[in-house]
Design a protein around this ligand. Structure first.
Ligand SMILES: [Zn+2]
Length: 453
């Protein structure tokens, strides 16, 4: 067989994160800005409110100074202003293109009204191009089978992912997290996919369920790749090791933007694969001042869609705090790397120290199998402020004797102090006490809500 080319898109992927790409981004950004100003009332009114017209944006500095960052809260306000009229929301967002939709996904918000995410053909093409680049790098080629076990109603990871896999020429097997763990396991056994896509929570839970449900371990599924997204677990070295060992497959971390991790044995973050389709920037979480994409930079990720309509918005954030690395990756692949450190919603402040749950998850998982890896952060008052000590409920592992728990707690506290500068208060739970999640994990237990009831 002839050797495969390195990238799916040789023309673009070789110039990711280069000055040449920056020029391409500039011209696409200008076009996009003009199109949104002319055609989409939501974006036009934001620019009007900010007192800026597309002609006044002449440099990248103008762009970051004058185009405001759209936060999650503002997006939510817009949905409320439209009185949850889905047609109005979508029309304001994409103008005329709202008449040419191919898919609407909706996620339920905290208020219970779903937030619509709509795609026309151009938007789906962005997602297909990204999916193709990612799958090619992962080693999933046209003709291969991919079991799709993300929630099918999820925005881009759901049905749009199935459509994109088909467009790429691979075979998607949609089962969806909604079907439940048993069915996902049985589909994986029956259809023999080369890869499975799901949240890391589901991948972890399947490890626990497989022996009872299938009568054998998940390694018997002979998957070559587990492709995770939707939450940071796949980027946590200990969670990663656990999943890779159990499945005997490589674990890839996908998403939180248009990127995918590489097959280098140690996690290097995700490579941003689509500078030409969506531009990523970092800004300060509070002031929204730009932070240059440099080795080790940390900030709030902001996206600007450069093709299609406004798939990921125009300077929009979904609240992910990311760390980026621009030095060449040991895998040799192109694209700067980013890792999700946490989400603005999940940030905790313990005596002024900012902590994100994935960091705690990382420490807890270092102690597997003496712990199961499942835990909860118990909050006595609304976040982010936490009066120390931070309270954790942790499940101890099967076969751990009660007499060992005190010293184990001490070891975890020591490691927690080393890694995140806090000493938590640990309450032990028996294995399999905590609820398992097949979609997104809920690591926070809001004890204050129970109190006020
Ligand atoms: Zn790499």
């Amino acid at each position: 067989m002839a050797e495969r080319r390195r990238y799916w898109n040789m023309e673009v992927e070789q110039i990711l994160n280069t000055p040449e790409m920056r020029d391409l981004q500039w011209s696409r950004m200008k076009n996009k800005m003009e199109a949104l100003y002319e055609g989409a009332s939501f974006w036009r009114s934001r620019m009007e409110k900010a007192g800026v017209t597309p002609e006044q944006v002449r440099t990248w500095d103008d762009f970051t100074d004058r185009i405001p960052v759209l936060t999650k809260e503002e997006f939510r306000e817009y949905v409320d202003e439209c009185e949850s009229d889905m047609t109005r929301i979508i029309e304001g967002w994409m103008g005329e293109e709202a008449n040419r939709l191919v898919c609407i996904a909706a996620t339920s918000g905290t208020t219970g009204t779903p937030t619509p995410y709509s795609l026309n053909k151009g938007d789906l093409d962005i997602w297909t191009e990204f999916t193709s680049r990612a799958l090619w790098r992962i080693g999933i080629y046209p003709g291969d089978r991919v079991l799709q076990a993300f929630g099918l109603s999820m925005f881009l990871a759901g049905v749009p992912m199935c459509m994109s896999i088909a467009d790429y020429g691979a075979c998607s097997i949609p089962v969806g997290a909604e079907a439940g763990t048993e069915r996902v396991l049985s589909y994986a056994k029956l259809f023999r996919p080369k890869a499975m896509m799901c949240t890391p929570s589901l991948a972890e839970y399947m490890i626990e369920r497989a022996p009872t449900s299938l009568g054998e371990g998940v390694d018997a599924l002979t998957l070559e790749a587990v492709i995770c997204g939707g939450e940071p677990g796949a980027g946590i070295p200990e969670v990663r090791r656990k999943i890779e060992e159990a499945y005997g497959a490589k674990l890839f971390d996908l998403g939180a933007g248009l990127g995918c991790s590489c097959d280098y044995p140690e996690y290097q973050g995700m490579h941003w694969l689509a500078d030409d389709l969506v531009m990523m920037e970092l800004v300060d979480q509070e002031s929204h001042e730009p932070i240059p994409i440099e080795d080790g930079a940390v900030g709030l990720a902001v996206f600007t869609t450069l093709a299609g309509t406004a798939l990921l918005g125009f300077r929009q954030t979904i609240g992910d705090i990311m760390e980026v690395h621009t030095s060449p990756c040991s895998c040799g692949g192109s694209g700067f790397r980013y890792r999700v450190i946490g989400r603005t919603d999940d940030m905790l402040k313990v005596k002024g120290v900012m902590i994100y749950p994935p960091a705690i998850e990382g420490v807890v998982n270092k102690f597997v199998p003496r712990v199961t890896g499942e835990f909860r952060i118990v909050l006595d008052e609304p976040p982010p402020r936490v009066v120390p000590p931070l309270k954790l409920k942790i499940e101890f592992g099967e076969g751990v004797e009660p007499g060992e728990l005190e010293s184990l707690a001490e070891e975890i506290c020591e490691e927690m102090h080393r890694a995140v500068k806090i000493r938590p208060q640990i309450t032990w739970l028996k294995p399999k006490t905590l609820e398992r999640f097949t979609k997104k994990k809920k690591l926070m237990e809001k004890a204050y809500e129970k109190k006020s009831r």
